[in-house]
Ligand binder design. Structure first.
Ligand code: GLN
Length: 249
């Protein structure tokens, strides 16, 4: 069976904090290594694009200024994004992108950015300019995949009322200073504060995202159908970080 995935990277030119672009590079490499055709398109403000025609939509993190500049364009795409989600396009959202799928985001200067309101979670600003910064490790469940995800976070936003957290925080902050939980995952979107970037540091999550994208047009496809790749380099880096924070593998 010849497989392919079609990916749309939204606001690639402004939403790319702390190497979020690496997520696209790693998906491309892991697909190419398996002879899965990887087709990547970008979508800038004002560009016409039917997001429901993609298997995966990606939106990275960004500073408040960028979030404010793109939000009118994103809100115009709301019905198209809903259609994409209804038709099983998988959505991967990092930090600033994750915040915008909720009710609203109060930026550091107090201005309110309306979100797409697909979910009940909302994001308030941190007290007196405080930010959650540093390495983060979470214990996460992504369908059948139970794994420890490592990354780096840097956000002022405090995301509250998260009904489906991605994982439990083992080290770091997560959705808010004392949230104890990180991210959001409900089968349709994976939203997380983890930069680092996320997928190069966590090859099992990269394969999970590839699987979700393939499933749009091949619903019976499972993660076990992916040809195994050599993850020794990534696994050694993961082990070193877990050891440093005295977390069992
Ligand atoms: N501007 C947002 C915040 O500070 C998102 C930052 C980010 O994407 N790292 O919370």
């Amino acid at each position: 069976m010849s497989l392919s995935i079609k990916v749309c990277w939204m606001y690639h030119d402004i939403m790319d904090l702390y190497g979020d672009k690496g997520n696209m590079m790693v998906l491309q490499k892991r697909c190419e290594d398996r002879q899965i055709d990887f087709h990547l398109e970008t979508c800038a403000i004002g560009e016409k694009k039917d997001l429901s025609s993609f298997d995966l939509v990606f939106l990275g993190g960004g500073a408040d200024k960028e979030q404010i500049s793109l939000i009118p364009d994103l809100l115009k795409r709301k019905e198209n994004i809903r259609k994409a989600m209804d038709e099983n396009t998988f959505i991967l959202l990092i930090c600033g992108g994750y915040q915008l799928f909720g009710q609203y985001y109060i930026a550091a200067d107090g201005s309110r950015i309306e979100g797409l309101k697909f979910y009940n979670y909302y994001t308030d600003t941190g007290k007196q300019g405080t930010r959650c910064i540093g390495n983060i490790i979470i214990d996460a469940k992504l369908d059948e995949l139970h794994t420890k995800i490592i990354g780096f976070e840097n956000h002022g936003g405090q995301t509250l009322h998260v009904t489906h957290p991605l994982g439990k925080v083992l080290h770091g902050f997560g959705n808010a200073f004392d949230a104890g939980y990180e991210g959001f995952y409900d089968g349709k979107i994976l939203g997380t504060y983890l930069h680092g970037p996320l997928l190069p540091k966590n090859p099992d999550v990269a394969d999970f995202v590839i699987t979700k994208a393939i499933q749009k047009r091949n619903p019976d496809f499972t993660i076990n159908d992916l040809k195994p790749l050599d993850n020794t380099f990534e696994e050694n880096a993961r082990k070193a970080l877990l050891k440093r924070f005295q977390i069992q593998e």
